[in-house]
Design a protein around this ligand. Sequence first.
Ligand SMILES: NC(=O)c1ccc[n+]([C@@H]2O[C@H](COP(=O)([O-])OP(=O)(O)OC[C@H]3O[C@@H](n4cnc5c(N)ncnc54)[C@H](OP(=O)(O)O)[C@@H]3O)[C@@H](O)[C@H]2O)c1
Length: 285
Amino acid sequence: MILVIGATGKVGRQVVGALKARGAAFRVTSRDPLKAAQTLGAGTAIVEADYTRPETLKPALAGVNRLFLLCGPNQHKAELEIAMVDAAKAAGVRHIVKLSVYGADERSSATVMRDHRRIERHIEALGLAWTHLRPNLFMQHFLSHAGAIKAEGVIHAPLERARVSVVDTRDIGAVAAAALTEKGHEGRAYELTGPAAPSYDEIAASFSTQLGRPIRYDNISAEAAHQRMRAAGSAEWHAEVLGEIFAFFRAGEGARISDAIERVTKQRARSMEDFIRDHLAQFRA
Ligand SMILES: NC(=O)c1ccc[n+]([C@@H]2O[C@H](COP(=O)([O-])OP(=O)(O)OC[C@H]3O[C@@H](n4cnc5c(N)ncnc54)[C@H](OP(=O)(O)O)[C@@H]3O)[C@@H](O)[C@H]2O)c1
């Protein structure tokens, strides 16, 4: 039996869709099973659990041998995920497929990248089979720019001319489902990127072409980006860690392109143009 944590989120719901397409036996956790059933559709086995209280995972983990591990944005992510890993090991889980991050490294300047590598190392040290998924910035992140694209025709971001090999969460879900259901993915860390590393100017140009009206990239300062995130409701710690990731990208570190999605899924990775085309209605004024 497979257990998916974080099944209602951006990546988790794609993992669920891909597992269903494979006919795999799985269940998921959510803090709100009724809402999760609306999101994930009938026929999904849902167990109520809250990973800020890892003991609540125990019933969900009964009989589980493969775990998709994810923690949403949380200031205590490393401690929470490590507690989830320990609960999984105690429950007899044999293989953990962990949603990590591109650039995961204990020496990284970015907290998120250091934390993810710390969790990866904890899993490795327990002697469990593991597969680390290290995606770059999600294309679905651009849905958070939909309001400004519709109202002002602008994408505001503090990325200068940085190139970022953005990746579609649908492809991450497909790789996760393969790792959870096939042999041969144990002991692998997959860097997951799209097929190109566009700059934000190029992304704005792709939006212009597909929307048929000019969309411009507004290169704002790091401080202005911080203020915008705070005004949009991000907590101070969250705006700070996102600011570290933007700095990592500005330093030119986000442009590596990997073929792991195509190698694992035998399908080409979706491009930013594919993502825009498939979500046009959400960006139309
Ligand atoms: N955003 C990016 O571009 C990016 C890029 C690379 C890596 N990542 C990594 O991706 C991960 C986040 O994935 P995501 O964006 O798919 O997450 P998300 O959309 O924020 O979803 C979070 C999920 O976690 C569940 N959750 C939240 N709090 C919970 C709690 N206390 N107990 C149990 N479940 C809880 C939610 O389920 P319920 O509400 O149903 O309980 C939801 O399904 C992070 O580790 C991040 O570092 C993000």
